[in-house]
Ligand binder design. Structure first.
Ligand code: AMP
Length: 619
């Protein structure tokens, strides 16, 4: 494995990469960087997001461009605004020590004037979405006559999104002498035709190991609400006594809060994010690598340099803003031949993103139910019994204590002894989960309320349901088959016995109706029809849904409200608190967010108590 310097990059770039925690090049970087540096031949790269492709194309450009020339020398096209911004920011990070290099990112939905001003100052690199790039070319604000590198990032996605004409225009605006670098996860006919028409004898490279570990990773999702997200997270940790996981969060604040709560609730956890000093980060990473900490709560950025091969789980407390980062997160587990599970907690609104991710990872998410208290206790007990069976007895060390122990336990039958021993280990957990509510039930109620208030979605009634063997996956398939639109977002889905509800982006309301009307689809021989249903405050509602929104005998708003309130009080006494509520009065009401020392204390002592993800603080 080479270093970045060995690939031909200069020290200022290498230094910036070190700052970012890039320790060694990825496969695609190893192949692309020297190739682009040493040759002007066009390049076709098969690379998915998460393989490090941004650095693969931008680092050699930074190496070669003329810092003292303010003309646009590289134009990078990317399909979405988010990706363009991400690429622009990445490049700014990479050229931190190249003082004269300027990068401008141009995309729709943001002030054109500001972008023009930035271009006028002279930028060697422009990153843009196709539409805005063409607008700026047409206004003569963006001049591509001196371009040496044209990068088409996620070319397949750009064509999927209908940017063929814009691509043609940008390609036409650049000189023939340029080097074209085309990055794509797939090479359908349209991408091949771009390559054929606009590239000259391109070299082909592939990232080799796409999504490292992807084969060994299964993907699960749990439906939650903001109320049940944290309790569900704890239950998942409790269900897996030997969990060794990273919990990914979107922001530093979210990361710190989740970590603080886990520590407060007795888990062997700690946080890793950009607000910590380098020393603190190194210390946390060291403890996690040594497994002194079982659960690391981290932001995407902070966890980047961390290479741990034995993670059992990756937990997505919230999905990343850039869904492409999901691959990067989930690829942290299932490495080196191990099996791994990537778990996502999603509320009703976030569910639509799962479909987009499925396209990227080319695998389906399995829906899982938040485990009940009984399932957790059973798992923990069986895990303990397995450990008892497998523990090696060190005869020489314990032999001197055994006579007095035998004497003390004399008179206890085998069965009684086992019961006492198990109770000693589990009374706290059994008591904690004794009256634990079904979080799945709470989530579906909460989600229904949240959905009802989502103004951007239109709720549809469909005349098929569970009795017709409909499930969410099949319903999504059926909706997709109607060709309503490429990127149409599907919101929450409620499958009831004989009919169901689903939500679609409001902008596609008419198209959805007309598509179903025109196509007249059937489902397992039953003709299907859909209608818009009115949203009602507080319920899954609609003409038919209003009275019995959830297909339950006892449905109805009054009842739901009252059970919700009892649910939240139970949450207070159970899931939102420590497993040992009787001790809570000892503790401050709010966790001490600033106290690193306290977190270290608790994780340190936790280590000694043995057992599961949630360490017991008693005895
Ligand atoms: P990309 O495929 O460019 O979206 O990169 C995926 C992620 O990997 C981003 O978070 C990058 O910052 C990170 N990354 C790229 N190259 C490296 C590297 N050599 N070492 C560590 N992280 C990297």
């Amino acid at each position: 494995m080479s270093t970045f310097l060995e690939l031909g990059l200069k020290e200022p770039i290498n230094k910036a990469l070190t700052d970012l925690g890039y320790e060694k090049p990825t496969v695609i970087q190893e192949k692309a960087i020297p190739q682009i540096i040493s040759s002007t031949t066009d390049l076709k790269a098969f690379a998915q997001t998460g393989t490090g492709k941004t650095a693969a194309f931008s680092l050699p450009i930074l190496e070669l461009l003329d810092e003292n020339n303010g003309n646009v020398q590289a134009i990078i096209l990317s399909p979405t605004r988010e990706l363009a911004v991400q690429i622009g920011n990445n490049i700014k990070d990479f050229c931190k020590y190249l003082k004269n290099v300027k990068v401008t990112t141009v995309y729709g939905g943001s002030s054109m004037e500001e972008q023009i001003r930035s271009l006028k100052k002279g930028s060697q690199i422009v990153v843009g979405t196709p539409g805005r790039t063409v607008d700026l070319i047409n206004r003569r604000a963006l001049k591509l006559g001196n371009v040496q590198w044209l990068v088409l990032d996620e070319a397949d996605e750009m064509l999927n999104m209908g940017f063929k004409d814009e691509l043609d225009k940008v390609l036409d605006a650049t000189p023939d002498t340029k080097q074209t670098l085309l990055f794509s996860a797939t090479f359908p006919r349209e991408v091949e035709s771009i390559a054929r028409n606009y590239m000259t004898n391109p070299i082909e490279i592939t990232s080799g190991q796409k999504n490292q570990g992807a084969e060994n990773v299964s993907h699960e999702y749990y439906s939650v609400t903001e109320r049940t997200r944290y309790p569900a997270l704890k239950r998942i940790a409790d269900l897996n006594p030997d969990i060794y996981a990273i919990i990914f969060c979107r922001t530093r604040r979210e990361t710190q809060e989740v970590a603080d709560n886990l520590i407060k609730d007795g888990y062997s956890a700690d946080s890793l994010h950009g607000d910590l000093s380098q020393g603190q980060r190194d210390s946390v990473m060291g403890k996690f690598r040594k497994k002194t900490i079982q659960i690391l709560v981290a932001t995407d950025v902070a966890a980047r340099g961390l290479d741990v091969t034995e993670l059992t789980h990756v937990l997505n407390h919230k999905l990343p803003d850039q869904i492409e980062n999901y691959t990067h997160r989930s690829g942290r587990t299932g490495r080196a031949g191990n099996k791994g599970v990537s778990i996502v907690l999603v509320n009703g609104k976030e569910k639509g993103k799962l479909r987009q991710i499925e396209k990227i990872i080319q695998k389906k998410f399995i829906e899982s139910k938040v485990p009940s208290g009984k399932e957790i206790c059973q798992n923990q007990l069986m895990n303990l019994i397995d450990k008892v069976q497998n523990i090696e007895v060190n005869e020489t060390q314990i032999s001197e204590f055994l006579p007095s122990i035998f004497e003390k336990l004399e008179g206890l039958e085998r069965e009684e002894l086992i019961k006492k021993f198990v109770s000693l280990e589990f009374n706290t957990m059994l008591a904690y989960y004794e009256n634990a509510k079904d979080l799945n039930d709470l989530s579906s109620r909460d989600n229904s309320r949240a959905r009802a208030s989502d103004e951007n979605m239109t709720r549809f009634f469909i005349n098929i349901g569970r009795k017709d063997n409909l499930n969410p996956g099949k319903l999504i398939g059926l909706i997709n088959e109607q060709n309503i639109g490429d990127k149409v977002e599907i919101g929450s889905i409620d499958i009831l016995d004989t009919f169901s509800f689903f939500e679609i982006d409001k902008n596609y309301e008419d198209k959805t109706l007309s598509a179903f009307l025109e196509n007249q689809p059937d489902f397992d021989g039953r003709s299907v029809n859909v209608e818009i249903t009115k949203k009602e405050r507080g319920g899954a509602g609609g003409r038919r849904g209003g009275k019995k929104p959830f297909g339950k005998k006892d449905g109805g708003f009054g009842r739901r409200r009252s059970s919700d309130s009892s649910a939240s009080s139970s949450r207070r006494s159970s899931d939102s608190g420590s497993r040992r509520p009787e001790r809570r009065s000892d503790r401050p009401d709010r966790p001490d967010r600033s106290s690193r020392a306290s977190s270290e204390r608790s994780t340190g002592s936790d280590r000694n108590s043995g057992g599961f993800g949630r360490r017991r603080k008693e005895s």
